[in-house]
Design a protein around this ligand. Structure first.
Ligand code: GLV
Ligand code: MG
Length: 324
């Protein structure tokens, strides 16, 4: 390991994160009764300019009056380039102590994080709150992606970064109008086989972007979370996108529709088989170590000390879910 220690953000179950527009209070109770891990009440892109002030009021009332159980509660504030943002932070943090997290959209630089940290710190001190609000950053612009490492390290409040595929596509001027998912034009054509047949293999156009964000998260002790998948009538497409994100290290995915909550929880929880294998790896390595060996084989495959670290990640996650 490097001599540089990585401090981990506070552990928080974040397999699923439901987006709920702050302007639609009739949706709040259903969200509170769902099995989602984190809810963000939105003030940004799902709320029209004329509705922003009322959405703030709805959110304050809901945070104070609804029983959200053990769910982590977040608000997505408006961007730092708008005149809504300061009031989103001041009004809601001052009036709703239940708030756990603030989601910062279109974050571009470490200074953006600093500005909000300063504001939140003043409010928390003035109100005498014991709890410290955490930050979730949406990486969804070219600038944010360019500065993703500095953003990740910019505040002790940082907990997670989220890949905002829709705005990221717009910011990159990508030729797509779908939210998440794949694109038939991002593909490779195989060379002709002996009969002259060629195949098209679709690729994942977001692989680099998500991977880059995952690196910045893990190097700074934060949770990487995959963002929205717009076609809520395509559970298979959602599952495939969530698995792609999970296998490269994401801990959760957004649900932009209640039907996506169960899918996210399912994909982002290690399966019984994975946990069983992880436990067998840990046991086999303990036996190997007792016998003075650093590597052994299990089910015909090599395992070594790195396998223990991989296995421990899965076992720890299973424990976190069981304790939740
Ligand atoms: C989320 O905010 C996105 O733009 O995908
Ligand atoms: Mg966005």
């Amino acid at each position: 390991m490097s001599f540089h220690p990585i401090e981990q953000a506070p552990a928080r179950l974040n397999r699923s994160e439901l987006a709920v527009p702050g302007s639609q209070p009739q949706m709040f109770e259903k969200a509170a009764d769902s099995d989602v891990d984190v809810i963000f009440l939105d003030l940004e892109d799902a709320v029209a300019p004329d509705e922003k002030a009322q959405a703030r009021k709805n959110i304050i009332k809901a945070l104070n009056e609804i029983d959200w159980g053990k769910k982590s509660m977040s608000i997505r504030i408006n961007g730092l380039d708008t005149h809504y943002m300061y009031r989103d932070v001041v009004d809601i943090v001052e009036q709703a102590e239940r708030l756990d997290l603030i989601m910062i959209p279109k974050v571009g630089t470490a200074a953006d994080v600093y500005a909000i940290d300063m504001l939140v710190t003043q409010i928390e001190e003035a109100k005498g709150y014991k709890k410290r609000i955490g930050f979730e950053h949406i990486i969804e612009t070219a600038l944010g992606m360019q500065n993703v490492h500095e953003i990740a390290a910019a505040s002790k409040r940082n907990e997670s970064m989220h890949f905002g595929v829709a705005d990221y596509a717009a910011s990159m001027r990508a030729r797509t109008t779908v939210i998440g998912g794949v694109n038939e034009n991002y593909a490779v054509l195989t060379d002709p086989d002996s009969e002259g047949k060629r195949e098209t293999h679709w690729g994942d156009m977001w692989h680099y972007a998500i991977s880059r964000m995952v690196v910045a998260c893990r190097a700074n002790g934060l949770r990487p979370i995959d963002g929205p998948f717009g076609d809520f009538s395509d559970p298979d497409g959602y599952r495939a996108a969530a698995y792609r994100a999970a296998v490269i290290g994401c801990e959760g995915k957004w649900a932009i529709h209640p039907s996506q909550i169960a899918l996210a929880n399912e994909v982002m929880s290690p399966s019984d088989d994975e946990i069983d294998r992880a436990q067998r790896i840990i046991k086999a390595m303990a036996e190997a170590e007792a016998a003075g060996k650093g590597a052994v084989s299990l089910d015909g495959r090599l395992i070594d000390y790195a396998s223990i670290r991989q296995a421990e990640v899965l076992v720890e996650k299973a424990k976190q879910i069981a304790d939740a």
